[in-house]
Design a protein around this ligand. Structure first.
Ligand code: IMP
Length: 412
């Protein structure tokens, strides 16, 4: 196992290959124990991973899943949009469980502050476009409006925490009210800024320099991608995408690292596929099948609780994600969710009308949950995984067979 871990190199990234919720948190949680640094690069509290902390289920949206590994330095990178109250909550949640993250947390001074009014604008825009059936189905966490402010060059960055921002916020409030009809509680925003400064002001730093120094010191870095490749602002299913670059290139940009720094990229895909929010989903199953997969896989959003749309694996999407990210390994998650399926359809190509062509692989109709050895998997399950390897020419190195940290097959 140590040899395999060493083969991942000094800097490794974990990137979602579908529309998010692939279960990246688990592999990050496992690997983080073997890396010196865990870094998030982009996105904000639209992400959500449920982690069991000392027997208690907790949802983290900003801190990376690796934050529970008490040896790891945790970095929130420059590409992120950070909602202060949410971060305060997560820090407090960890403290309650006896974990003091502040000692090893580094927050980029270049990351943008996501204010409550960004959430207000997100909700107002979604409501407005719902009237014409054009809503994106966002998480309403204010992500788009915060990145819009960044692009307008009107955003406020973490490095300014501690400055007197009252008059600037008053100006923003007047603009937001006029442009979107959203009222801003400036006093409340100022309170969040003060609390944030008090609690984690000392964690704000130039993370680009810090990361480069850590690399020079030989420290190992695990990059935790947020959302997933098909939600990428440039390469995803626009306009039904998030507002950040979710590929490995976006992660490097968000952290200020050059491509040469990267050794390996682990692509994470479910053994089937889900999507939350609007947008195309070529292998979406019929309602009955989708309901069945949702119940077996617990497919409800960690951030919004929304039921996820469910369907089948789509090889062209995996190939596309692999091309965007240069995956060196696959982590196929939630194999056990398919245990009861008699046949497993896999989308393999599109016909001349653009319709998906499926191949039907035999199901295994046996329990795989908890299996940790590839050879012990039913033959049909092995064939299913080999099929993915052959079609994508990328090794399936990690296979999730249950929720628990130990329910994972490692193949070197
Ligand atoms: P936003 O990121 O909240 O603006 O949402 C844009 C789209 O990305 C919506 O379809 C969301 O459901 C989706 N999305 C954003 N973050 C996640 C995630 O972490 N998992 C799954 N879908 C996400």
């Amino acid at each position: 196992m140590q040899e395999f871990l060493d083969s991942l190199g000094q800097v490794s990234a974990v990137i979602g290959a579908q529309w998010g919720d692939e279960g990246k948190g688990k592999i990050v949680d496992i690997l983080a124990g073997h890396f010196d640094v865990v870094a998030r690069a982009a996105g904000g509290a639209n992400a959500g991973h449920t982690i069991v902390v000392k027997g208690k289920k907790q949802v983290f949206r900003l801190l990376p899943s690796g934050c529970l590994q008490e040896n790891a330095t945790v970095v929130l990178g420059s590409g992120m949009v950070i909602h202060l109250a949410t971060l305060l909550e997560e820090i407090a949640m960890l403290k309650e469980s006896g974990i003091d993250i502040l000692k090893r947390l580094k927050i980029s001074d270049e990351a943008h502050i996501l204010f409550d009014y960004h959430k207000g604008i997100d909700a107002a825009l979604e409501e407005g476009s719902a009237k014409t059936g054009k809503q994106i189905g966002t998480t309403k966490r204010g992500i788009g409006p915060a990145y819009a402010d960044k692009a307008y060059r009107t955003g406020i960055r973490m490095g300014r925490l501690g400055e007197d921002l009252e008059s600037e916020l008053e100006e923003r409030a007047a603009h937001v009210q006029k442009a979107f009809g959203v009222s801003v509680n400036v006093a409340e925003e100022l309170k969040h800024l003060q609390n944030a400064e008090k609690v984690f002001g000392s964690c704000i730093t130039d993370t680009v320099i810090d990361l480069h120094e850590m690399i020079a010191d030989g420290k190992t870095i695990l990059i935790e991608g947020a959302q997933a490749s098909l939600l990428d602002i440039d390469h995803g299913t626009y306009p039904y995408v998030t507002s950040s670059a979710t590929t490995v290139a976006g992660a490097l940009q968000g952290l200020g690292l050059p491509p040469q720094a990267l050794d390996t990229v682990i692509g994470v895909a479910k053994a089937y596929c889900t999507r939350v929010g609007e947008g195309k989903f070529p292998t979406e199953a019929d309602e009955k099948t989708s309901d069945r997969l949702r119940e077996r896989g617990g497919e409800y959003g960690a951030t919004t609780g929304r039921p996820r749309r469910c369907g089948w694996l789509h090889i062209p999407d995996l190939l596309y994600s692999a091309a965007l990210n240069g995956f060196t390994h696959w982590n196929i998650t939630k194999l056990d969710v398919l245990d009861q399926e008699a046949v497993i359809p896999v989308g393999v190509e599109s016909d001349e009308n653009g319709e998906v062509v499926f191949e039907e692989l035999p199901g295994w109709k046996r329990k795989t949950s908890g299996i940790t050895d590839f050879e012990e998997l039913p033959e049909e399950a092995q064939e299913f995984l080999t099929f993915i390897e052959e079609r994508t020419e990328i090794p399936v190195s990690f296979i999730g067979t249950g929720q628990g940290r130990e329910e994972m097959i490692w193949r070197s």
